[in-house]
Design a protein around this ligand. Structure first.
Ligand code: AMP
Ligand code: MN
Ligand code: MN
Length: 315
């Protein structure tokens, strides 16, 4: 299948991804946006997404993204990328009104939604999957760059186990376009502001191991975020840092999103299926990387998660 076959007669198209968009989400959404502008010059194409982090300013036309969702437009087609429609946030009413719904994703927890559903959990990233849905002759340097960003962010720069031979082939084809990929990796993935580095250090210093040191957890509350003057966008990478601790099977990082409400991120080395744990609490993701939002005190939440993780260790 090529995505263009599903869009042929559409005059007005919306593209969106999940709340708190990560690199794969931003790269996929922008990659598809730039691609469709070339494929369908007569169509109106709008992108709805929470405002991406500043690191993504290197993506062409990133400021075309609409982060205000109060529109009365009805779209012929709505394309949801890198999530099931349940994490569209305030874009969901626009999705519900659309004539045709297309869902392209790689989350194992996505059971398939919309009129056309392309869910391939063996894909490293939505961006990689999307690349194979595009006609190669229409891809240019700016599209390639957006897709590349999606792939490197979801694979931790091609080092997680979701990286497949196909991932590396696609990346090989993408870097032929000649963009400065070492700079993209440095500036979008590794570089941190001073404040981001400080709060990561704090989270790592205050982390606690439990369950015979097989799990590690750290939490950042709103007071701490205010103290370091950071937002949720500044907390990327902390959970991965925790996962790097020798001997740890499962890392948990949580930050407070509201009164007794926490966003939970989990990472596993493969011995725990964290997607299964997240699904139990209304979230989802992949076997080795998943997330959910939970209410309660920090201790309550750890207790709930521990029970599910312990059950898996017993198996
Ligand atoms: P995070 O810990 O937020 O970086 O997410 C890890 C992986 O799980 C990513 O692929 C997310 O898209 C996915 N994920 C995070 N939260 C949820 C959720 N509430 N529902 C479904 N998937 C999620
Ligand atoms: Mn994502
Ligand atoms: Mn993804």
């Amino acid at each position: 299948m090529k995505i263009i076959d599903e869009l042929k007669d559409a005059k007005i198209i919306a593209i969106s991804g999940h709340i708190r968009p990560d690199g794969d989400c931003v790269g996929s959404v922008m990659g598809l946006y730039l691609y469709l502008q070339k494929e369908m010059p007569g169509a109106q194409i709008d992108v709805y997404l929470d405002k991406p982090a500043d690191i993504f300013d290197c993506i062409s036309h990133i400021h075309d993204i609409k982060s205000e969702f109060n529109t009365d437009r009805t779209y012929d087609v709505f394309v949801v990328l890198d999530t099931a429609p349940d994490r569209l946030g305030d874009a969901e009413p626009i999705y519900q009104r659309a004539g045709k719904k297309i869902n392209i994703d790689h989350h194992i927890s996505n059971t398939g939604y919309g009129d056309v559903s392309v869910v391939e959990p063996e894909r490293s990233s939505t961006a990689e999957l999307l690349y194979d849905l595009m006609r190669p002759e229409m891809i240019d340097e700016e599209i390639a760059k957006a897709i590349y960003i999606g792939i490197i962010h979801d694979t931790g720069v091609l080092r997680y186990s979701n990286t497949s031979p196909r991932t590396l082939q696609v990346v090989g084809e993408l870097i032929k376009f000649g963009f400065d990929f070492p700079q993209i990796i440095e500036e979008t993935f590794y570089e941190k502001t001073y404040r981001q580095t400080q709060i990561m250090g704090r989270a790592v210093a205050e982390s606690v191991r439990f369950m015979e040191d097989r799990c590690i957890v750290s939490v950042i509350d709103r007071r701490m975020m205010e103290f370091y003057q950071v937002t949720s966008k500044d907390l990327d990478g902390i959970v991965n840092q925790l996962q790097s601790v020798k001997g740890v099977d499962c890392a948990i990082f949580m930050y407070e999103t509201g009164e007794s409400e926490y966003k939970v991120s989990m990472r596993s080395n493969g011995n725990v299926d964290v997607s299964a744990v997240a699904v139990k609490f209304g979230g989802g993701g992949h076997v080795r990387a998943a997330g959910c939002t939970l209410n309660g005190t920090y201790q309550d939440i750890i207790n709930k998660l521990s029970i599910e993780i312990a059950e898996q260790f017993e198996k």
